[in-house]
Design a binder for this molecule. Structure first.
Ligand code: ZN
Length: 455
């Protein structure tokens, strides 16, 4: 059996083990179920209650917490949940405002004239999603403020909790909606998009109490943020399998999409001999395997996927004449993605020659990787170790609002384990201890940054 450290090396990851005798399960649990955990500032039970209450907004009829949630951005369930959250924020003494993109901010004043330390997440879900994606980071942000109040902690920097609008982007097909608007990355034309019921995004924003004409004002002024922090469930299985309590996110991978078309010649499947075919599907099938081989050809955690094929004409007695398929590549290192894509293109050219077809690929979109800030990573690691937790540095394979904030400020992300790596499913689960661990690390990281950052 490999040790944890060897396991990490094998994955190309940096592991740091907390110098704690109780590793990997430090004895921080209190003997009394609803008493605060020893050495903890945040309150696990209060955080759990808030998450359970939040799960009621958009809960499928006839189910419980385990039944997951359907609370897509810009929906009645989302609107009601936001009201609940804003109530909690006001009760925690936060000064609440909503920007023209619907993002909710709750401000706690600092003692000095310094830029804001911003932290939070989102509460919208995918259809039939789980009760942890986004919710954990949002509710933990509010719990941190409650804990700071209880411990009478004043910070030098103003603190702001943020709840981003429509992160999943299920509604209107625009993910990271609120954070993109805050980063100034969205043209106002996006507001003209219509949903299945014919309602525009602008109409929804009005329903959320906002004036679409002022959409551009959602942009956060450069220089006004000292740092952005987000706690999130991992949504993968690395932490769960390695039995590590806290993930220190190295960055959010870049996502690169191409749409490729293999063009052959549709012909009679009975009368065309095998050596005279221009079979677009045979070429596309080889292309899909070539993508996998080239992605695997070098070490690292990069991933590549061919997610569908559209075959035309698509009949069992016709040789496929045209096949459309996408290529998706993800990694933290943009240069590596470029290198792999160059090799894939060479392979496609060769396959096209051998199969007597044409393969053409056009780039559809490319999100550059968003690296987290080394000083913020250090602070998260130190905060986690001081609380007695094991940590692991790892990339995020999923997109997050933090990647848009990276355009404005240094970012840091804290991951907690997802059981079995399941996410975007009612079966998504993170043990309550882990949820509280993440919140505690968020609390401590904010205080470390407040001490260290002088901008
Ligand atoms: Zn999320």
């Amino acid at each position: 059996m490999k040790t944890l450290r060897q396991y990490g090396m094998a994955l190309g990851l940096a592991i740091s083990l907390a110098p704690h005798p109780g590793y990997p399960f430090p004895c921080v649990r209190s003997g009394v179920e609803d008493a605060p955990r020893r050495g903890f500032h945040v309150n696990q039970e209060r955080l759990r209650e808030a998450l359970e209450k939040l799960s009621e907004f958009g809960r499928p009829a006839g189910t419980g917490f385990e039944g997951g949630v359907t609370r897509v951005g810009f929906s009645e369930a989302d609107l009601a949940a936001r009201e609940y959250l804003m109530g909690l924020m006001r009760a925690a003494g936060l000064e609440v405002r909503v920007d023209p993109a619907g993002n909710i901010f709750g401000r706690r004043a600092g003692t000095e004239n310094l830029p804001v330390i911003l932290f939070g997440s989102h509460i919208d879900s995918v259809p039939r999603g789980g009760n942890f994606d986004g919710d954990v980071g949002s509710m933990a942000a509010i719990e941190v403020v409650r804990a700071l109040n209880e411990h009478r902690v004043r910070t030098r920097h103003p603190l702001e909790v943020v709840i981003w609008t429509n992160e999943e982007g299920h509604h209107f097909g625009k993910g990271l909606f609120g954070s993109s608007a805050a980063a100034g990355l969205l043209a106002p034309e996006v507001l003209e998009r219509r949903d299945e019921e014919g309602r525009t995004l602008a109409e929804w924003l009005r329903g959320y109490g906002q004036d679409p004409a002022r959409f551009g004002e959602a942009r956060i002024k450069p220089g006004s943020l000292a740092a952005y922090l987000e706690l999130h469930i991992e949504q993968g299985a690395v932490l769960d399998e390695a039995k590590i309590q806290i993930g220190v996110v190295q960055g959010i991978v870049g996502i690169n999409w191409w749409t490729c078309v293999a063009t052959g010649f549709a012909n009679h499947a009975g009368t065309t001999p095998m050596n005279r075919r221009q079979d677009a599907l045979a070429a596309a099938a080889r292309a899909a395997l070539a993508v996998r081989e080239e992605v695997r050809a070098e070490p690292g955690r990069q991933v590549g996927t061919v997610g569908y094929v559209k075959v035309e004409p698509g009949a069992r007695n016709i040789i496929p004449g045209r096949v459309e398929f996408p290529v998706e590549l993800r990694d933290l290192d943009a240069a590596k993605v470029e290198r792999i894509w160059a090799r894939i293109q060479k392979r496609f050219e060769q396959i096209a020659r051998e199969e007597n077809v044409r393969i053409e690929c056009t780039p559809l979109s490319s999100d550059t990787p968003a690296l987290t800030d080394p000083a913020l990573r250090d602070a998260i690691r130190e905060a986690a170790r001081a609380a007695g937790f094991s940590t692991l540095d790892l990339p995020s394979g999923a997109g997050h609002d933090a990647q848009q904030m990276a355009k404005l400020a240094p970012i840091g992300m804290i991951f907690v384990p997802s059981r079995g790596g399941v996410s975007h499913s009612p079966r998504e689960f993170t043990p309550w201890e882990d949820v509280a661990n993440g919140a505690e690390v968020l609390y401590r990281t904010i205080l470390l940054l407040d001490e260290r950052l002088n901008r």
